[in-house]
Design a protein around this ligand. Structure first.
Ligand code: SF4
Ligand code: SF3
Length: 572
């Protein structure tokens, strides 16, 4: 069977990638990712059982979180990394199984290969316990790449035959993948939440359970949204307690004369380490794409070499990395397979990977990562080529907007602001996404755009003006900062004394691309937000029946054309 992946908005033909991913994912890589997800589901079976008897294994929590994150679109293209994770996962699964059995948990009777198990158990120093029947994902073993390849053929997305069950299972898995990214960032700052990890495992294990009905799976998807809110709140707490609350900030988009390092992705802790290590070296640090909102945090403002933001959303990187001239550090997605012309300047860290690129490992014994190789590389490079000049403004996360609440409320009451448009989410390469630029430009002047995520690059340099000093584009931050937008909506609901969040003058026109947008969407649904419009296309993983459920219960819709959509949103 050929590969099949339909997890992102660029799924070929709005159906699924079957020969090679539009993102660049090869068939071999796609299958290795499928098998890793299968192994993670199997481990989750034991983790769920373990939590019933008080076993919480942090090594397992971390392994599952990072494994999920590595399979997000544009995070890791290195098949070798997935094969290693599969091997490690099989060993960890047996380790956990024994730990759970020792604590009195039910670990079932398996059809496991006895020889293999004996070898693995002696390797981890444990004994065999009695068992009852478990799902194949919890018992299957393979020892070499041929066996992995053969198994991968049978465990992909299409292994679930019923298209509605498949659709709901994948909706849940993609939501949990998005959530894993936010948990990983919080973990990097020393913040954790056992309940969130527990839910991720329950969700994964539930996708193996053939007794669950479509209604059960819809309920689980909404529960994912509830936990998604907790995940974003955890990361918000981690970010703001560590780096302060974002504040209104003007960010330079031009260049200086020193050589520079460009840092992309979402991980603020990586950025902090890089800023500390580059101080006084004569090397400047520029943010790219989703790292732009780092400038809004007070803690990073003290670094004199924190020069500004270079470029735009992720998909323009092939052009912009070329012109940057210096090394680039990818801390998370979105990585585009690099061109040979600049490949030697791209470094990866965390869950990001691409065969042939240099990877910066975690520091030993909790020490900081060592970025000296990138700094030395930068010193030999020319300064970045200027691609634009000027400033962009952002930093409108919850505390900053609450500080302006009186002004905002007065503007709404006086009619100066008629409506807010939440346009959070992702950007992407599809030409049809120019819709969002046109939409922003054609919105009436008495409307304000609330944004977060890399979707903002479609209109954050347009100079759309302000309303009595309130900019018409309020950028809360990264995609996870959609949490701020939800808090702002809840605050307005309170101020206006409304019982229903949907009575606010807020419309939702969200652009999605990868799986973090899926957890943001599920979170908004959990919070009771209705009539969200998703574009540029609806997810390929929504079967007609599942899409119908979302339309009927939540008023989810697509987009048509700018003029008609604006009229529809304004109720004209
Ligand atoms: Fe296709 Fe998106 Fe999957 Fe890549 S991640 S293979 S583009 S559906
Ligand atoms: Fe962008 Fe990848 Fe989603 Fe964090 S960087 S929003 S697409």
């Amino acid at each position: 069977m050929s590969m099949f992946c339909y997890q992102c908005q660029e799924a070929a033909g709005c159906k699924g990638c079957t020969v090679k991913g539009v993102c660049g994912k090869t068939e071999d890589l796609a299958k290795a990712q499928d098998l890793l997800i299968y192994i993670l589901k199997g481990i989750s079976v034991y983790s769920v059982e373990g939590r019933k008897v008080g076993v919480i294994n942090k090594k397992i929590d971390k392994f599952i979180t990072e494994g999920l994150f590595a399979t997000i679109t544009n995070a890791n293209f290195d098949r070798g990394v997935f094969l290693s994770r599969i091997r490690e996962g099989l060993v960890l699964r047996e380790e956990l199984k024994n730990e759970v059995a020792k604590a009195g948990g039910n670990v079932g009777a398996s059809n496991v290969n006895e020889n293999w198990l004996k070898k693995m158990l002696s390797f981890v120093g444990l004994k065999r316990e009695e068992e009852s029947k478990l799902p194949d994902a919890a018992t299957w073993v393979g020892s070499n790449v041929e066996e992995f390849n053969a198994k991968a053929e049978t465990v992909g997305v299409l292994a679930t035959e019923n298209e509605d069950v498949r659709s709901l299972r994948e909706l849940i898995i993609y939501g949990v993948k998005g959530l894993s990214a936010y948990v990983k960032h919080a973990n990097h700052l020393g913040y954790d939440d056992d309940a969130i990890c527990g839910f991720m495992h329950k969700a994964l294990a539930s996708t193996l359970d053939d007794t669950l009905t479509a209604d059960d799976l819809v309920a689980l998807a909404l529960e994912a949204g509830q936990v998604g809110v907790s995940g974003m709140a955890l990361l918000d707490k981690a970010n703001t307690e560590t780096y302060g609350h974002p504040e209104i900030t003007k960010v330079n988009i031009g260049v200086r004369k020193n050589p520079g390092i460009l840092i992309s992705g979402h991980d603020l802790r990586d950025l902090e380490m890089l800023l500390k290590q580059t101080e006084g070296t004569g090397v400047d640090v520029y943010t790219h794409s989703e790292m732009l909102p780092a400038h809004y945090y007070p803690a990073f403002k003290k670094y004199k070499n924190f020069a500004g933001n270079y470029g735009n959303a992720w998909w323009k990187q092939t052009e912009e990395f070329e012109k940057f001239n210096g090394p680039i550090l990818m801390t998370t997605n979105c990585l585009v397979p690099p061109k040979d012309s600049y490949k030697n300047r791209v470094y990866t860290t965390g869950v990001v990977g691409f065969e042939g690129l240099k990877h910066i490992e975690n520091g030993k014994n909790g020490k900081d990562k060592d970025f000296s190789i990138i700094i030395e590389h930068a010193k030999k490079c020319a300064a970045p080529t200027e691609i634009e000049r000027g400033e962009i403004i952002g930093g409108f996360a919850h505390e900053q907007v609450f500080a302006l609440a009186d002004k905002v409320v007065d503007a709404v009451k006086s009619g100066a602001i008629k409506r807010f448009f939440v346009m959070a989410g992702c950007d992407g390469r599809a030409k049809s996404r120019n819709y969002y630029t046109d939409f922003a430009q054609k919105l009436p002047k008495d409307t304000v755009i609330l944004t977060a995520g890399c979707a903002k690059y479609k209109y954050n340099k347009l100079n759309l003006g302000d309303i009595g000093g309130i900019p018409r584009v309020l950028d809360a931050g990264q995609c996870n900062d959609s949490y701020s937008l939800a808090l702002i909506a809840l605050k307005l609901k309170e101020v206006f004394g409304l019982a229903d969040i949907n009575k606010l003058p807020i419309s939702y026109n969200i652009a999605w691309y990868e799986q973090k947008a899926v957890i943001v969407l599920l979170s908004l649904l959990y919070l009771g937000v209705k009539n969200i419009h998703l574009g540029p296309t609806l997810p390929a993983f929504l079967s007609p029946n599942v899409a119908k459920v979302l339309v009927e219960n939540f008023g989810i819709g697509g987009i048509t054309n700018v003029e008609d959509d604006i009229k529809m949103f304004l109720g004209e």
